[in-house]
Ligand binder design. Structure first.
Ligand code: TYD
Length: 212
């Protein structure tokens, strides 16, 4: 029995999605809304431990299939412990990544069976789907340059060192967005931060029935 509003942010390397998710959360909080911001993997005691495994990308071998299960385990816990209770209490939940990340990164970019991911996701989140998903889209070269990704190998398990990988990620996101045009809002992320924030706010205000 969902009463709140569930928004998710997705995007590739250097897209600025985390910054925009936080900015939106702050703006809505200032207006007196009850907002819960989540980040994946993490957000629960179990999720933080799972995050720790996923972060040690270089030391612990982990197949893409195992990644699906770990990300999904963290998500299953986050949904039950944090997201559902918040939505039931009428809050606005802003998720910095949700199941689309698994479909794109492990599915389209790493080649794990999409059907298997759908089944695992159904187990993890049930029928919960974001009301709107903001896809922060930008050319791969711009994102990689912005994030200084080449120099910093923190998440290198997920980011194989080929630009190819990031191109697959971007294309997959755009295909998901095209397949679900009502849910996805594609935001051109190669623009001024404030302009991007305004576009997002306009959409959210429309959803909340508030003046822009
Ligand atoms: P994130 O913490 O959002 O970092 P960034 O903002 O730098 O993208 O995501 C960390 C990495 O985890 C990112 O490379 C994408 C990857 N990831 C997956 O591969 N699958 C998933 O299901 C999730 C949630 C993240």
């Amino acid at each position: 029995m969902k009463r709140g509003l569930f928004l998710s942010f997705e995007g590739g390397e250097g897209s600025g999605k985390s910054l925009q998710a936080r900015g939106l959360a702050d703006a809505l909080t200032e207006r007196g809304r009850d907002v819960v911001l989540t980040r994946e993997p993490g957000g629960t005691a179990a999720g933080e431990r799972i995050r720790d495994i996923l972060l040690h990308a270089r030391e612990i071998p982990l197949s893409p299939e195992a990644q699906v299960l770990l990300f999904s385990s963290a998500r299953a816990q986050l949904v039950r412990e944090v997201i559902h209770p918040a939505l039931e209490a009428g809050k606005i939940v802003i998720a910095d990544r949700f199941f689309d990340s698994t479909v794109v990164y492990q599915g389209h970019a790493h080649g794990v069976s999409l059907q298997a991911i759908r089944e695992v996701t159904a187990l993890a989140v049930g029928t919960l789907v974001p009301d709107r998903t903001f896809l922060l889209d930008l050319p791969v070269e711009v994102g990689l340059a912005r994030s200084g990704w080449a120099a910093e190998a923190r998440w290198d398990r997920f980011e194989a060192d080929a630009t190819d990988f990031h191109v697959r990620v971007r294309d997959a996101y755009l295909r998901l967005a095209a397949a679900e045009p009502r849910r996805f809002v594609v935001i051109a992320a190669d623009r001024d931060e404030a302009v991007i924030a305004k576009d997002i706010r306009r959409e959210v205000d429309a959803l909340l029935g508030a003046p822009a």
